[in-house]
Write a protein that binds this ligand. Structure first.
Ligand code: UGB
Length: 610
């Protein structure tokens, strides 16, 4: 009590609120005024910060925690009385006429879309020390995830009459500064000033027992222990920052969420926007076929005892027990298709902004928290270590009112829609052994080439390959020609078809084709072997002038602004680039190490726009 004399009125008020919530232990060890006052101020400042960064403040956090900890102790089943079933949704074959029709509709609707990238997670599981959005999607062009995402949004904006479609990036203390630096180093990858907004998530207080006492650090009794709250924070931040409301008032209709390392996201997202438009979905989750027990959440229809039902992500560790307890004693098993009948959630969501904002105003954006304490023993009275509340962004539909239209869109070809970079080489190998996709830097890069080559093939190009490959102990891989292009060149099937006369294109088995320039027209190309780079303005690589001058065939550069660089009759054959497997103990960069190869660039031909 003596310490109150020097505290601000604001601090006294906060301390009183915490005392009323049974948190006296936070201050019980405080010495008399004059002793360790700086430490006391430090704790008060941290408590103020924790109070301000949670919707409803620390008192609400403690109350929510107490309720969830009680439920956890009593073993309350969150799915009590629920009967799961396989939901009905739109199932699309990537590149089919129906898919292309929906993609067309999605591209046409993109002018009404705002985008949100959750990028607060560190690549600990991946064994990468940098931020994941700085990783190259592929080694041919070296384009990083953030550049690919921003260029995809710029490309969609260009099709909407040059509109600056907003992008919010959720960062955390782990990723914020490095994300800012990456953006600034590259002039925001061409985004307009103000087009990209960063919102930083804060950690939440840890809890030391079932009474939700906030945990103080063992070595520092003037600091509360904190941990991440999860990607569900994005909803609270879009609300508290006013961004969601602003987008709505500016006339945006949809908000699209995506993860940090799925290079293929914009190959499927426009079609999902098309599906949302067609069905007027309030919530639409993109999904892919999922192997039974694969560590991907499952999109599930749940019917409650009172007849209400919802379509929601059920995390993989909850799905198996839920199925065993209800409709299938065998649990989560594959059906005749070789996949689980429950599609896999890939955390790419299209939400109707009006519904989203209304919901944020109802809850302040704190959505479906959960707690996962590790108990010391079966009595569930003590924890092995402190715990905290967590939340996941895909749980957003859990609290939606009756009558909300919740759907999903499955893309049947996983490799065309979802290939995230999440696992270290060791974890990737064990996943692959279990028959699952390795979700590694290796698979992320190889799937990108696969998707691009198959897209060109489907449009009529002759693409040789794939060649069998083994990297980082992952055997049976398919290495297609290393074909990559910027979304500024082609951001949809229609655009690719309009810019490439695919029937006149041949790409050899080990060739590499990199298209960075937006304004290119390929009328005919025989890329027999080696590498061809079509560089954008200001990207003229060394040797480009010579390559153009040497220009076999009739490829020409058009000097006038707006005229495309036309590739016609070009035959390419050079020593090219080699994707060389790393040998054990070979020195390599982290980016190479997690892929299991390095690219040896021997020779290339470069064309450049003026
Ligand atoms: N992320 C944040 O921005 N902040 C955080 O506090 C945590 C993460 P993970 P996770 O797609 O395979 C999800 O760690 O959570 C960002 C789904 O829950 O890669 O284990 C982070 O930067 C699961 O249902 O994934 O699992 C990244 O961009 C399944 O769909 C994103 O959140 C799984 O993804 C995802 O974080 C999957």
């Amino acid at each position: 009590d003596a310490n109150r004399s020097w505290m601000s009125a604001e601090d006294v008020e906060l301390v009183d609120r915490l005392l009323a919530e049974g948190q006296a232990h936070l201050f019980a060890h405080w010495p008399t005024p004059g002793e360790r006052d700086e430490d006391k101020r430090r704790l008060l400042a941290q408590l103020r910060h924790l109070d301000a960064s949670y919707a409803g403040g620390l008192v609400k956090y403690i109350q929510n925690a107490r309720k969830l900890l009680q439920d956890s102790k009593e073993g309350v089943n969150p799915f009590e009385g629920c009967v799961p079933s396989v939901p009905e949704g739109e199932k699309l074959d990537w590149g089919s006429p129906h898919f292309r029709e929906l993609e067309r509709a999605g591209v046409a609707a993109a002018g009404g879309c705002a985008f949100v990238l959750v990028a607060g997670g560190l690549g600990e599981r991946l064994g990468y020390s940098g931020i994941k959005v700085a990783l190259p999607v592929e080694s041919a062009s070296g384009t990083c995830f953030l550049q690919l995402y921003i260029e995809s949004i710029l490309a969609l904006g260009a099709k909407a009459g040059g509109k600056a479609l907003p992008l919010a990036i959720m960062t955390s203390d782990d990723t914020h500064q490095r994300t800012v630096e990456l953006l600034e180093r590259h002039a925001y990858f061409g985004a307009a000033p103000g087009q990209v907004t960063l919102i930083k998530q804060e950690k939440v207080a840890c809890l030391s027992d079932n009474d939700a006492h906030l945990a103080l650090l063992g070595g520092d009794p003037f600091q509360v222990q904190t941990k991440p709250h999860g990607h569900g924070d994005v909803h609270m931040l879009l609300h508290s920052s006013g961004l969601a409301d602003r987008w709505l008032s500016e006339g945006f209709k949809w908000v699209c969420f995506f993860q940090d390392t799925n290079g293929l996201v914009f190959r499927a997202l426009p079609a999902a926007i098309g599906v949302s438009e067609a069905h007027s979905y309030d919530v639409n989750s993109l999904a892919v076929p999922r192997k039974a027990k694969e560590a991907i959440g499952a999109i599930t229809r749940l019917t409650y005892p009172d007849g209400r039902h919802t379509t929601i992500n059920v995390e993989y560790n909850q799905l198996d027990p839920l199925l065993r307890a209800t409709i299938n004693p065998q649990g989560d098993v594959n059906d005749d298709s070789g996949f689980s009948p429950f599609p896999g959630n890939i955390n790419q969501l299209v939400l109707k902004l009006s519904t989203y904002c209304a919901e944020l105003h109802r809850h302040g954006g704190v959505i479906a928290e959960f707690v996962n304490p590790k108990y010391a023993d079966a009595s569930k009275t003590a924890f092995k270590s402190s715990t905290r509340l967590e939340c996941m962004m895909q749980d957003f539909p859990k609290s939606l009112p009756e009558g909300t239209r919740v759907g999903f869109t499955v893309v049947n070809q996983v490799w065309a829609a979802y290939s995230p970079v999440k696992n270290s080489p060791a974890d990737a190998a064990s996943k692959a052994q279990g028959g699952n996709s390795s979700h590694s830097a290796t698979s992320g890069e190889l799937d990108w080439y696969t998707a691009n080559c198959k897209m060109l093939q489907a449009l009529g190009a002759r693409v040789d390959g794939p060649r069998p490959a083994e990297f980082n102990g992952l055997s049976g891989l398919e290495l297609w020609p290393r074909v990559t292009w910027s979304p500024l060149f082609a951001a949809s099937w229609d655009e690719l078809a309009a810019k490439v006369d695919a029937a006149n294109v041949h790409i050899g088995e080990d060739a590499a084709l990199v298209i960075q320039a937006p304004n290119v027209r390929i009328k005919s190309l025989d890329l027999q072997q080696g590498a061809l780079v079509i560089a954008g303005q200001g990207q003229q690589a060394a040797g480009a002038a010579a390559a153009v001058a040497a220009g076999e065939g009739q490829q020409q550069q058009q000097a006038e602004q707006g005229e495309p660089l036309v590739v016609d009759g070009l035959v390419v054959s050079n020593a090219g680039w080699e994707w060389q497997a790393l040998s054990p103990d070979e020195g390599a960069s982290e980016e190479e190490y997690i892929r299991g190869f390095r690219v040896v660039k021997k020779e290339q031909q470069t064309l450049a726009t003026p």
